[in-house]
Ligand binder design. Structure first.
Ligand code: FE2
Length: 264
């Protein structure tokens, strides 16, 4: 299994606080059968303001952690990457080797949970035109998506991929995220699952629990979210999505309830 989203490098962002914590997280990942971990350090996010989040700074930390992991016999390969905070500058940073995957073919992009800027449509389109497929990080945690799932379909129609957090599916990130994540997976709108692990306690790797939930929702296809699809991203191979517009469901009761209760 591949975990495509986590903050396992020690002392780089708001993720792991120490080498010991990273090793504890790796132990948990190994126990779940994870063989590849794609570190996605926060890049140009306000929470890493003033920190050196660069390829040159992250690579040696990753190499040192890989050596410790090998020493412990975890059997896990670490990959370097980033979770890019959305700013209208995305086209200007594509040469940075930290911010894309698969030889420059994919970029993982996150937004603030309460606001998705209107500029994103054009910027993501321009990225796609440049040959870089945007992967939208944990859309189920964004309030505008919780209120209107059509945003997810719009991203997919414009060529983006969708990555859901394992902790959203298990309920660790709140009820709204859990219900929205469940809908996204159930409707086959998710291509990649990630733990978004930040520590060895409340936000650890919970990929195996989330995978079981996905298997109940979409059967064997769940495996693609943690195996073939993230592998294609790492290899820079295309992922074809068959968006079934006819299966668009009526708005679920829970979504209506969220929308109404927020208007009060
Ligand atoms: Fe993250």
């Amino acid at each position: 299994m591949i975990d495509f989203h986590n903050h396992i490098l020690p002392n780089m962002d708001d993720g792991s606080k120490s080498l010991e914590m990273s090793l504890s997280m790796l132990r948990s990942a190994a126990e779940q059968g994870i063989t590849d971990i794609v570190n996605t350090v926060h890049f140009q996010h306000p929470k890493v303001d003033g920190k050196d989040i660069s390829f040159e700074a992250c690579q040696p930390v990753l190499n040192a952690l890989q050596a410790e992991s090998d020493k412990a016999g975890f059997g896990i390969k670490l990959h370097l990457g980033a979770e890019v905070f959305y700013l209208p500058n995305l086209l200007d940073i594509t040469d940075n080797p930290l911010v894309t995957f698969g030889g420059g073919k994919y970029m993982l992009i996150e937004f603030l949970t309460h606001h998705i800027p209107s500029t994103q449509r054009q910027v993501l389109f321009d990225l796609k035109m440049k040959g870089i497929t945007p992967i939208i990080a944990h859309p189920e945690r964004y309030r505008p998506v919780q209120e209107d799932m059509e945003l997810v379909r719009r991203w997919i129609r414009s060529g983006c991929l969708i990555q859901v957090d394992a902790g959203s599916l298990t309920g660790a990130l709140g009820k709204s995220a859990q219900h929205t994540a469940t809908e996204i997976v159930k409707l086959d709108l998710c291509q990649v699952l990630g733990s978004d692990a930040h520590d060895d306690h409340h936000r650890n790797f919970v990929i195996s629990d989330a995978l079981q939930i996905c298997e109940k929702l979409i059967g064997n296809r769940a495996q693609t979210l943690v195996e073939s699809n993230p592998l294609k991203v790492l290899n820079g191979e295309p992922i074809v999505i068959d968006l079934d517009e006819d299966s668009r469901p009526k708005e679920k009761f829970y979504m209506k309830w969220i929308r109404k209760s927020r208007k009060k």
